[in-house]
Design a protein around this ligand. Structure first.
Ligand SMILES: Nc1ncnc2c1ncn2[C@@H]1O[C@H](COP(=O)(O)OP(=O)(O)O)[C@@H](O)[C@H]1O
Ligand SMILES: [Mg+2]
Length: 233
């Protein structure tokens, strides 16, 4: 059996005394495209926050490539090849596009993603490299957030609600981009409420409900309507 790239086992996570994740098991294989879906407030972002140590893990374990991550922290995740495209994109308003991209390389791992390569993928970012990141449209800001994540040369890219607020045509472009990226061997963990992107992109899914995995399976076997019912706001 393939060793999972990322493996969460029985993860319990808290904000203060609020017990949000209650025994979550989740795996992502190398190069796999996996979706996490679920209603608002069920704990999807908290999975990301646990990996970045914004939420406190008490109980359970996280492994990367079979190796335990005993002490979680934002830099630990980056050093192990996890890059996050956060919910709301989190473009830093006082930094230029180029400075935002360079932030993604702060803890870079060796690899082929460079500023030039990100610019050739997203020429609009090159054209506007010295303007503030927040001067971009929503779709362009999402390119910037993805480019920033790529600058770390990740093996796993986690995207939290990437299609939020984007026009369908931009979501289609992003789907193609993420699919191409996965073809190069980068695994994708897609946290989404928009079924279209999930159905088009993911091979496997988890439905989260009240901090627990309520259902998991292969996308090709899923009943679209029952999945839709589970992720309505
Ligand atoms: N930083 C935080 N501090 C305290 N509670 C939080 C924080 N972030 C989220 N929560 C709470 O944790 C629960 C899960 O939130 P979240 O993981 O953001 O849900 P989702 O991403 O599925 O919408 C919610 O009840 C939310 O109010
Ligand atoms: Mg969220």
């Amino acid at each position: 059996m393939t060793t999972p790239l990322l493996e969460l086992k029985g993860v319990n996570a808290f904000y203060g005394s609020a017990h949000v994740l209650q025994g979550v098991d989740l795996t992502v294989l190398p190069g796999e495209r996996v979706a996490v879906v679920g209603r608002n407030g069920v704990g999807k972002t908290t999975i990301v926050n646990t990996l970045l140590a914004i939420a406190a893990m008490r109980g359970g374990s996280v492994h990367m490539r079979g190796e335990p991550l005993p002490k979680l922290a934002g830099h630990t995740a980056a050093a192990h090849g996890i890059a996050v495209v956060p919910q709301g994109r989190m473009i830093l308003p006082n930094l230029s596009i180029e400075e935002n991209l360079k932030l993604g390389a702060a803890l870079r791992r060796p690899g082929e993603w460079t500023l030039d390569r990100v610019y050739s993928l997203f020429p609009i970012l090159a054209e506007r490299r010295h303007t503030p990141g927040t001067a971009l449209s929503g779709g362009q800001q999402q390119m910037l957030a993805i480019g920033r994540a790529l600058m770390g040369n990740p093996d796993l890219m986690i995207l939290d609600e990437p299609s939020e607020g984007l026009a369908p045509v931009i979501v289609d472009e992003m789907e193609k981009l993420l699919r191409d990226l996965a073809e190069t061997g980068v695994a994708i963990l897609l946290i989404e409420q928009h079924l279209r992107l999930v159905l088009d992109l993911a091979e496997r899914f988890y439905v989260l409900s009240k901090g627990r995995v309520a259902e998991t399976g292969l996308m090709k076997d899923v009943d679209r309507e029952s999945l839709q019912a589970r992720i309505m706001h």
